[in-house]
Design a binder for this molecule. Sequence first.
Ligand SMILES: *Cc1c(COP(=O)(O)O)cnc(C)c1O
Length: 369
Amino acid sequence: MTVQLNPRERILMGPGPSTVPHRILRAIGAPTLGHLDPQYIGYMDETCEMLRKVFQTSNALTFPVSGTGMAGMEAVVVNLLEPGDEVIVCINGVFGGRMKDNMERAGATVHAIEVPWGETFTEESLAEAVTMYPNAKMVGIVHAETSTGAHQDLTSLGKIVHDAGMLLAVDAVTSLGGHELKVDDWGIDAIYSGTQKCLSCPPGLAPVSFSPRAIEKMESRKSKVQSWYLDVSMLKNYYTGGGGRAYHHTAPINMVYALREALAIVLEEGLENRVNRHREMHLLLREGLEKLGLQYIPENSLCTLNCVSVPDGIDEGAIRRRLLDEYDIEIGGGLGVFAGKAWRIGLMGHGATRRNVGTLIAALEDCLA
Ligand SMILES: *Cc1c(COP(=O)(O)O)cnc(C)c1O
């Protein structure tokens, strides 16, 4: 085969991956080092340090899990839960449902609390849940539910969960780098994200962070973590330097270069500026979509993922196909309950720009005409 790989330069405005800046693609192309090379260890330590800044945490145990966002979810669940543990999970879309599935596979007894898709959980409903299931060890919740576009307020949940003696685990795959997210201030004990959403890095790593409370829970386990690959008790020797950087698995070197570059971009822009930019672009997009007669589904919408109803009588798949074929723009269709009924438009990281918003609105207007 001599056929050259030649992917088109699409505008990725779906639920992820988002468009990757050339600066990050160049970083991926840097020379591969050995995973125990001191120069590489230096880059990795810097990456973890930058992750702490972006997560706004002082948690020592903060590192990128090898794998996409789902690997981060699985790492948090399998390390913090043992067979027989009780746990509460909040479900208002696909990803809460996946968290439940992961928890059940880890052998936990799972108490699911649910609100309709597109809605979010109130402080009162959380307080009620921890009273109803006082033996639960942890509460799992999604900050940015990408399947519905709903934005979960987390600012006061940590106290409720901690007062009940439980840990708070959060899915921040579509919020890290796009929405305000304060791991320490909000009392989050375990959090996972992904590189391919608001960090605008290719898919392949899942940043995670564990609080001292979470580490205590892991260290008091009676059983081994059933996943060998995701066992944090072994991974932490390599990532935090304990145990002399012991080999566990070969780190995805060039992906770590990419993440390091992506985090540098985030920090150069500044967290607050970045959150403000996502909000401004969301409001601009919202104005344009509503002018086209499209309605947002969630009451409390994310800025990073905009979920709107497909008008009656419109073949949503055909419109997405035209956007891709004629305009090189990717948006997402509905997932789960919203399959065939919604469009999901991502404004993530590098893609949250005035240019992209204007281009999409003009293209959609043409396709809907
Ligand atoms: C995308 C996403 C995931 C999964 O990430 P992958 O990179 O697809 O593995 C998990 N949770 C949420 C909220 C997501 O948006």
